[in-house]
Design a protein around this ligand. Structure first.
Ligand code: BGC
Ligand code: MG
Length: 547
């Protein structure tokens, strides 16, 4: 594909940075991060090399699920700013070469949303059918996503005597997508934000959106996804849909649709979970296996790779090996939630060991896909000691060792969320110090991003795992035309030497350069690579031009 065509399909090679405005930077001293604060920090993000911001929900909200409970899809939470400031943010980000995608939370509204307030006021409300109602909960009650707080997925509305559906909290009634008026409202919301200038959406909990009870069996649930994709593309050709589909690769495939008709990108949950399994075992094999088996998707689509997100690190896709990961990475039961996931960040799970944290980031940016950074991961932030469930990973960004970590000038008690204390708190882990330390994680991540962006084979090339004699080492290559990117990662604590079978990776005589270190590489049939404990190397081979 020509570089100009690749640029159109920008999402496949995007460097995405996910942040929550209220946790990023407070500009007016009220303790809550805001849009103006984010604008102040835009140079930081541009300097890091980010090409796309994913903004977590910032709309008007009842705020009982960190903004994922919206009360007005067209309004900005007044603590964070207003639409005028939002448009300024878009302009400033675009000016720095960054796109903006926003969360699209449409499985449910808040129970405070005027639609639901009306719907539950009277069975004859024009909004009644916006939600899913039953006289009695069906026999086969599905599972609630938050089993510690919710008993089931149907809650009785006493005033009108019927039950409404909610797979998430009971204050998040589910919208009824069988109703064409609801579908039209969602299209209008998408159209609104695209018109303001956003570049796409991260669609929250996609399977719950398109396969809700209430749609007659004979209907094709994916028809709605196709409709959304067509609509978004019609209103803005470069608009992108990134989907949260927490399934394994085979089950994710239908959500891409036939040849580019549904989601453009999907978060790769299986790789994220398996990566941590491989870390626990000091063995790249599980990761190598899922990577080799991952379906190859259309070039107009791709996978968003991540280590951590604002949600727990779910281990659901690991089956029986879940317990093994729990025991090593979350030894304290308070570090686990819902018997399925870990509420810790990468740096704390890997015990703050810089070698292992770097290994994880080196994988994130070298595995094929669009890398996604959850804010604070690039400096190695942690959680407050006494974990408070998912909130533990949602602490304010740590800018400096100064007052409130440079996040806000408010009094500490007014902060929107508590800061992390101890070894991973702002005193020890912050942007200011790491900017000035050439050996910091931040500078390392910045280098990885720069090299990722300069090496199109990673996102666009043909992927292969290369067998080598060292069982603790993963070697993978991404080939495109006459160039190949080669990455080598050591999952073990011991340094080692690997012989790379070069002739199996590049056919012709090749020039090889090291992308991260200055090293003289002596190329023959094999290439000998020295790796430190948990070490990594990034190489790029290009066919030697004829003399
Ligand atoms: C989000 C969660 C949220 C849930 C309910 C998820 O998929 O990532 O943070 O609690 O949707 O909206
Ligand atoms: Mg503020």
């Amino acid at each position: 594909m020509r570089p100009a065509d690749r640029a159109d399909l920008w999402w496949r090679a995007a460097v995405i940075y996910c942040l929550d405005i209220e946790k990023f930077q407070d500009s007016d001293g009220d303790g809550v991060g805001d849009i103006d604060g984010l604008i102040e920090r835009i140079e930081y993000l541009a300097g890091l090399g980010v090409s796309c911001l994913w903004l977590m929900p910032f709309q008007s909200t009842a705020n009982r699920d960190d903004g994922y409970d919206i009360t007005d899809y067209y309004g900005v939470d007044s603590r964070l700013g207003d639409l005028g400031r939002f448009v300024e943010l878009i302009r400033v980000a675009h000016d720095r070469g960054m796109r903006i995608i926003i969360d699209l939370v449409i499985n449910h509204t808040s129970d405070q949303h005027p639609w639901f307030v009306s719907a539950r006021s009277d069975r004859d409300s024009p909004y009644r059918d916006f939600y899913v109602w039953r006289d009695a909960p069906p026999e086969d009650q599905g599972e609630n996503v938050f089993p510690d707080t919710e008993e089931g997925i149907w809650t009785k509305d006493d005033a009108t005597g019927q039950y409404y559906l909610h797979h998430f909290y009971s204050h998040q009634p589910e919208l009824n997508f069988a109703n064409p008026t609801v579908r039209a409202e969602i299209a209008r919301i998408i159209g609104f934000w695209l018109q303001l200038g956003v570049d796409g959406f991260r669609i929250d909990s996609v399977p719950f959106v398109i396969e809700p009870p209430g749609v007659p069996d004979e209907a094709d649930p994916h028809a709605f996804m196709r409709e959304l994709h067509r609509f978004a593309g019609r209103r803005r050709g470069s608009g992108m849909l990134l989907g949260e589909v927490g399934l394994d690769h085979t089950d994710q495939l239908p959500y891409f649709g036939e040849s580019g008709t549904e989601l453009d990108l999907q978060l790769d949950f299986l790789i994220a979970q398996t990566m941590f399994l491989s870390f626990v075992r000091h063995d790249p094999q599980p990761l190598a296996e899922v990577l080799s088996q991952r379906p190859v998707v259309d070039l107009s689509q791709g996978w968003a790779m991540f280590l951590r997100s604002h949600d727990e690190l779910s281990l659901e896709l690991l089956g029986d090996t879940k317990q093994e990961v729990f025991e090593t990475l979350a030894p304290d039961p308070r570090q686990r939630v819902y018997d399925r996931g870990i509420v810790r960040r990468t740096a704390t799970m890997l015990e703050g060991d810089p070698r292992r944290v770097r290994l994880a980031h080196s994988l994130l940016f070298s595995l094929p896909g669009a890398p996604l950074i959850y804010y604070g991961e690039e400096i190695g932030m942690g959680e407050p000691g006494d974990t408070s469930g998912r909130d533990g990973m949602r602490t304010p960004m740590q800018w400096s060792s100064g007052r409130n970590g440079g996040f806000s000038s408010a009094s500490e008690s007014a902060l929107v969320a508590p800061l992390t204390a101890g070894d991973f708190g702002p005193e020890h882990v912050n942007v200011y110090d790491q900017e000035r330390d050439p050996g910091s994680l931040l500078n390392f991540v910045r280098t990885l991003i720069a090299q990722y962006r300069a090496t199109p084979e990673i996102a666009w090339g043909d992927f292969a795992v290369i067998d080598v004699d060292e069982p603790g080492v993963l070697v993978h290559s991404c080939r495109s035309g006459t160039a190949a990117f080669i990455a080598v990662h050591n999952f073990e604590d011991e340094p080692c030497t690997v012989e790379l079978p070069l002739t199996r990776i590049v056919e012709e005589d090749a020039d090889i350069i090291d992308l991260l270190e200055s090293a003289d590489l002596d190329v023959a049939e094999t290439l000998t690579i020295e790796l430190g404990s948990y070490g990594h190397r990034w190489l790029r081979a290009t066919a030697r031009s004829p003399k």
